[in-house]
Design a protein around this ligand. Structure first.
Ligand SMILES: *Cc1c(COP(=O)(O)O)cnc(C)c1O
Length: 462
């Protein structure tokens, strides 16, 4: 399997090089040269597998023999042994055709751990095998940072710098990142929004000289390894519905910001998983829902919401979808992205828009609706949703079809977002590892949002 860029200007590279490249050198995103197909008979066999066994099979399709199978198996087993639940990502049936796919049993209580525990181990493996330095640079709306740091803290050969928007992440998210005292971790709190942080990162990675000089590596969902790791739980959840004979109309409702998680579902579907519908749920930062419903991709006004990890206006993975939407035509993608840069919007019409609407159903959830979903599910199902998951649940409810089994992806544990939960007078007890964070000292540097300032910090740290 080789990897190519959505903009067509990178000669095909192998899996390890694709992971290391992160953002493609031509400014595009890396995608597999072809999408491996999983025949029905193989799906049947996969249904019996444990989560790590399944992950090993899925990764094998994308890694080929580049990493020997026994090494890959060890990477997978190490990555998922840190999860607190034996099933890794269990599916809970709530009744009324609603299921919750709990993705928050990893070390930082958010779904990012599913991919970043693996990516952390993979980086460490590559660093050892190739005797090379790995400097990770990433932006976070809260969960990626904590999860990436947890994936590599204290690991030899790796340093990590994470930018987060100062005071725009939840308290628990901030503590998870900034209470880590390992010397290979640098937290920069940027005066600005997540989009500012992401823009800085994108520009620093696009500066190929700087990127190569400092051996910069990405952990954001532009990294193809993250997407691949996230396809696994779509298969896993589908099989749990299959165990119950509930797959006639098996849909997934996915709370989305950067289009990463839902793109993983789209990829799983393209690999042959018979998903009925992919429901794209946004909060009030609803560029993606507007795109699906109206065909206009245009950033709006930034809104602070109860689901800060989805407070995103420019979805970094969107380009991957554009690529498939336009029949894997890299020239078309290049011109569309240039147009987007010049005009600040993209307009999709006619049959192409019909295709978008066949690929996704979309709904944008307002702040009040999000809180209503939290209290509603708590009362009806005695189940506490975090505000991101609540957006997925609200969208599933809004767009529900007769006889549909809707799996809502639960992207975080409610304890990470108590600010929102408290607004509905619901009291929760923190899991012990979260409670313990409140007693630890924080280490972070507050910086302005210019590239020069960030560069200076990096030069001093790396
Ligand atoms: C990152 C995140 C999301 C959004 O995921 P994308 O891959 O950016 O679409 C949703 N919920 C939580 C809790 C997150 O941390």
């Amino acid at each position: 399997m080789k990897y190519i860029s959505t903009r067509g200007q990178v000669s095909p590279i192998g899996f390890v090089d694709a992971i290391l490249m992160g953002l493609a050198d031509d400014g595009g995103l890396l995608v597999p040269e072809h999408i491996p197909q999983v025949p029905e008979a193989v799906l049947k066999q996969w249904q019996k597998l444990s989560y790590p066994e399944l992950a090993l099979e899925v990764f094998s399709l994308y890694v080929n023999e580049e990493i020997p199978r026994e090494d890959l198996k060890k990477l997978v087993d190490d990555s998922y042994s840190t999860f607190r639940h034996e099933e890794v990502t269990p599916v809970r049936e709530l009744g009324d055709g609603r299921y919750v796919l709990e993705l928050f049993h990893g070390p930082t209580f958010a779904f990012k751990d599913v991919a970043l525990q693996f990516l952390g181990n993979l980086y460490s493996y590559v660093s050892r095998k190739t005797n090379s330095i790995i400097h990770i640079l990433g932006a976070t709306s809260g969960d990626t940072g904590a999860s990436a740091i947890e994936g590599v803290r204290g690991k030899e050969g790796i340093r990590i710098c994470i930018l987060h928007p100062h005071q725009k992440v939840s308290k628990v998210q901030e503590l998870q990142m900034t209470t880590v005292d390992d010397a290979n971790v640098l937290n920069l709190a940027v005066e600005g929004t997540f989009d500012d942080c992401q823009r800085i990162i994108k520009e620093l990675f696009a500066d190929v000289g700087f990127k190569h000089q400092y051996h910069l590596r990405a952990i954001n969902s532009i990294n193809i390894a993250r997407i691949l790791a996230q396809t696994v739980y779509y298969f896993y959840a589908y099989f749990r519905l299959a165990d119950k004979g509930q797959t006639d109309k098996a849909s997934f409702s996915v709370p989305t910001g950067n289009f990463g998680d839902i793109f993983a579902g789209y990829l799983a579907q393209k690999m042959g998983l018979p998903i009925h519908r992919l429901i794209l749920a946004t909060n009030e930062n609803n560029i993606l829902a507007r795109f699906v419903n109206e065909g206009v991709y245009q950033p709006g006004e930034f809104r602070g919401t109860y689901s800060p990890s989805m407070d995103i206006q420019v979805a970094s993975n969107f380009e991957r979808y554009l690529y498939y939407l336009h029949g894997e035509n890299a020239e078309k993608v290049t011109s569309l992205m240039a147009q987007f840069k010049a005009e600040g919007q993209l307009v999709i019409e006619g049959d192409v828009l019909k295709q978008v609407q066949a690929d996704f159903a979309a709904y944008s959830v307002e702040n009040e609706e999000c809180l209503n979903a939290i209290s509603g599910y708590y009362e009806r199902h005695n189940y506490l949703l975090d505000p991101h998951t609540a957006c997925g649940a609200a969208a599933a409810d809004q767009l529900a079809e007769e006889g549909e089994a809707a799996v809502v992806l639960s992207t975080a544990h409610p304890a990470k977002f108590d600010e929102a939960i408290r607004l509905r007078q619901i009291a929760q007890t923190y899991p012990e590892p979260i409670q313990a964070l409140f007693d630890k000292p924080q280490i972070q540097t507050v910086v302005g949002g210019t590239n020069e300032e960030i560069k200076a910090q990096l030069e001093a740290f790396f």
